[in-house]
Design a protein. Structure first.
Length: 338
């Protein structure tokens, strides 16, 4: 895994606490849940959990549970016998079997179907499972690491996630702070990413960032967290013209352009929902901050949907063509849960 060689950077107290919790959790061989917004480093922490554990020499298998439809995911996880469903030509070993004695990282675990969750619960309790299309019971000894950016307890309350599986998985829960809550790490990470690109460009050294760029980075709220910071810094260093001048050309929003197509769907919905003239003017004039504008729009849309539905969340979800679970996630993201 390439993650194995990746540095984990950070010095803020919130980050150091996470690193300490990760080291402790690596030792106990029980399931761990890693929770955090997109780009906060869940994958990096999951791989650290494996490589610091007594299982480090065994396999570390990763599955993105959101990338496959339910039936294919079951066959991916548990394997299948030849001919067990259309398209199942040969026999297939599942990831749980492959990860035997090692660790299995289930990314985006909240998207797993209730049927597959039941099978996973069996594995966590008895270490037994069956391949799809087979009655034969097999054994596996796997350390489970799950990751999600969704609030699993409310998913369980809503019936989308099994409470019993959640209890099994939640022996240790590592919740990663968003970058905006550990501002002390922004510049350290930015330097790290900047230095890496400078090295790639064969610069003799990395000249650092201009004061304005530092200020912009410190003020931004980084909805995409560390991944977003990494992209912004890489872009800035690649665009820099002089190796010896502090990097200064920061582009937070690469979509920003006078020729950018109007965000028609969103704009129409804003007008329909709020008839907000200020927003309309801003969208056509530019420059606008893509992430901040979207954030504000999302929040407004949610507030209006709630209002229009007398604060009944289920109705508001239907109104926005979201499921209840997705709506709750959005409300939480925008601090609208009260
Ligand atoms: N502490 C850190 N030090 C250095 N790089 C980091 C750190 N945390 C995250 N990164 C980098 O940021 C990027 C995003 O991290 P990662 O993929 O682990 O996030 P994630 O939480 O799994 O995101 P998503 O929810 O979108 O899958 C990766 O390139 C990763 O290497
Ligand atoms: Mg990830």
């Amino acid at each position: 895994m390439s993650n194995e060689q990746q540095f984990i950077i950070g010095e803020s107290p919130a980050f150091l606490e996470i690193i300490e919790q990760t080291s402790r959790a690596a030792g106990h061989d029980r399931a761990v849940l890693v929770i955090g917004e997109r780009g906060t480093g869940k994958e990096l922490i999951a791989s650290r959990l494996h490589y610091l554990s007594p299982r480090w020499e065994q396999s570390f298998i990763q599955v993105n549970c959101a990338s496959l439809p339910d039936t294919l995911l079951e066959s991916e996880l548990f394997g299948h016998e030849a001919g067990s469903f259309t398209g199942a030509v040969g026999k297939r070993i599942g990831r749980f079997e492959e990860a035997n004695n090692g660790s299995l990282f289930l990314d985006e675990i909240a998207t797993i179907s209730l049927t597959a969750q039941e099978k996973i619960l069996r594995i966590t309790e008895y270490g037994t499972f069956q391949r799809v299309g087979s009655n034969k019971t097999l054994n596996t000894d796997v350390r489970l690491i799950g990751a999600t950016n969704i609030d699993l307890p409310s998913a369980a309350d809503k019936g989308d996630f099994r409470h019993d599986l959640l209890d099994r998985l939640a022996l240790d829960v590592i919740t990663l702070p968003p970058l905006r809550s550990r501002k002390g790490d922004i510049l350290i990470l930015a330097f790290h990413f900047g230095q890496k690109v400078a090295q790639e460009l064969k610069w003799s050294s990395f000249p650092g960032f201009s004061n304005e760029m530092v200020e912009t980075m410190m003020d931004h709220n980084w909805p995409g967290n560390i991944r977003e910071l990494k992209n912004v810094v890489e872009r800035a260093v690649y665009y820099a013209e002089h190796e010896f001048e502090p990097v200064h050309q920061i582009i937070l929003d690469p979509f920003n352009s006078p020729h950018r197509p109007a965000p028609l769907t969103i704009k129409n919905e804003i007008s329909a929902e709020t008839n907000n003239k200020h927003d309309q003017a801003e969208a056509v004039q530019g420059p606008i901050n893509y992430h901040q504008t979207l954030d504000r729009f999302e929040k407004e849309l949610l507030q209006n949907a709630l209002k229009a539905n007398k604060f009944n969340q289920r109705h508001a979800a239907d109104y926005l063509s979201l499921n209840y679970h997705q709506l709750r996630h959005q409300l939480k993201k925008h601090n609208l849960l009260g």
